[in-house]
Design a protein around this ligand. Structure first.
Ligand code: ADP
Ligand code: MG
Length: 379
């Protein structure tokens, strides 16, 4: 039996389940520090595999291949929350999985996630779980329109969600379609003033790093722009840090996680979701902080000491979706201030996250304006 709390030093091998951009940026951090990295992903030469030492081409739930990965690495991690928690329990026999399965199992289901937020003493968005159209009507009555219907599992970038502005005028077929996949969650649509997130990282000894709060703007439910520091009140800031620390503690966090928040027009702070992994809004930490959310993740799972996080400079990050990528590449010539990231995905698709740009700034208002004035992001 290996000593769970022993530090894993450079030269050791890290296995990552999932080979998208988050796996890629984890791998960049690990490689820079001298670790070896093996990726498990069904797509050959996926973004993370392009910058790693090896790849096992397999589905995420292929137990034999997960065991093969576990045997080949000294520590195992994942880049997304929809990993089979039971499979993780199984592969624990073969390698260290310091993140455990608590954070995974709580956060991969919207019901357990909301129950956990409430049980921890924090405010979740008002919601009801519904299984049929009858319960849908009762739910709308209870919450009051507008509401958002969401699948319990597997949603991302607004997928598996239906916004219902006017309950008198809805497409029942769409609702039935979501309900056919199982119980769904009906959430009150919050009148948003701002959306923010906080990234927290920890090592197996329980030492934590907490990153400065990031403000997020979504377009069509997909993250568009993140800025740091967030323009929020001192009171909200203190509350959000408290939520970050408490939830990290309760989830026995190892590695990096991110908590998304809604701040309503009447200044209520709601916990929206918890991602038990690095997060899109934290990409700006690569250039803006003393260490990035990915460095912190690697330090955490290898049980190295966790530093105090400093914001070296205010920053803005803007996502490059499929429809933006080509124009952004052309425009890169004119922008020495752009830190340009292209994940190397094979298929360019509309609304698919292909890369991002981070800009360090002394005046975020001006920087945000320059992004909004650039026609790249008009589509
Ligand atoms: P995911 O990120 O898993 O796709 P979210 O629940 O975070 O799902 O929803 C994506 C975005 O949709 C949020 O960041 C927010 O902009 C909007 N949204 C989702 N739920 C609500 C809500 N209850 N009230 C207001 N806006 C919401
Ligand atoms: Mg979200």
């Amino acid at each position: 039996m290996k000593n769970l709390n022993k530090a894993l030093l450079p030269g050791k091998t890290i296995g990552i389940i999932g080979g998208g951009q988050l796996g890629q940026m984890m791998s960049f951090s690990a490689k820079e520090m001298g670790y070896k990295v093996i990726i498990l992903d069904p797509q050959e030469d996926c973004p993370a595999a392009q910058v790693s030492d090896g790849q096992i081409v397999a589905e995420y739930n292929d137990l034999d291949k997960l065991i093969e990965l576990a045997k080949a690495c000294d520590v195992l991690t994942y880049e997304f929350e929809n990993v089979d928690a039971e499979a993780i329990n199984e592969v624990k026999k073969y390698t260290r999985v310091p993140q455990g399965i608590k954070a995974l199992s709580v956060t991969q289901n919207r019901i357990s996630e909301k129950d956990f937020i409430t049980a921890s003493g924090f405010q979740a968005v008002p919601h009801v779980v519904i299984e049929n159209i009858f319960e849908y009507h009762r739910g709308v009555e209870k919450l009051g329109a507008p509401v958002i219907l969401k699948t319990i599992r597997g949603g991302y970038d607004g997928k598996g969600q239906i916004l219902i502005e006017d309950p008198e005028n809805v497409c029942y077929a769409d609702i039935e379609h979501l309900l056919m996949q199982g119980p769904c969650m009906l959430e009150k649509k919050i009148d948003l003033k701002q959306e923010v997130s906080v990234v927290v990282s920890a090592n197996s000894d329980g030492q934590k790093s907490i990153f400065p709060i990031i403000e997020n703007i979504h377009r069509h439910n997909i993250l568009h722009l993140s800025t740091c520091p967030a323009a929020i009140s001192e009171k909200s800031e203190q509350h959000i840090y408290q939520v970050g620390k408490t939830l990290a503690e309760k989830l026995e966090l190892v590695g990096t996680m991110c908590i998304e928040f809604f701040i309503s027009t009447d200044d209520e702070v709601y916990v929206n979701e918890i991602a038990p992994r690095p997060h899109n809004s934290g990409h700006l930490t690569i250039e803006a902080c003393n260490i990035s959310q990915f460095d912190a993740h690697i330090r955490g799972i290898c049980n190295l000491a966790m530093p105090e996080i400093e914001l070296l400079k205010p920053a803005a990050m803007v996502n490059l979706l499929g429809q933006h990528l080509e124009n952004a590449k052309q425009d890169l010539i004119n922008h020495p201030e752009w830190h340009f990231h292209d994940y190397g995905k094979d298929a360019v698709k509309e609304n698919r996250k292909m890369g991002h740009i981070t800009i360090l700034s002394t005046d975020l208002t001006v920087t945000k304006q320059s992004i909004e004035n650039n026609s790249i992001w008009d589509v």
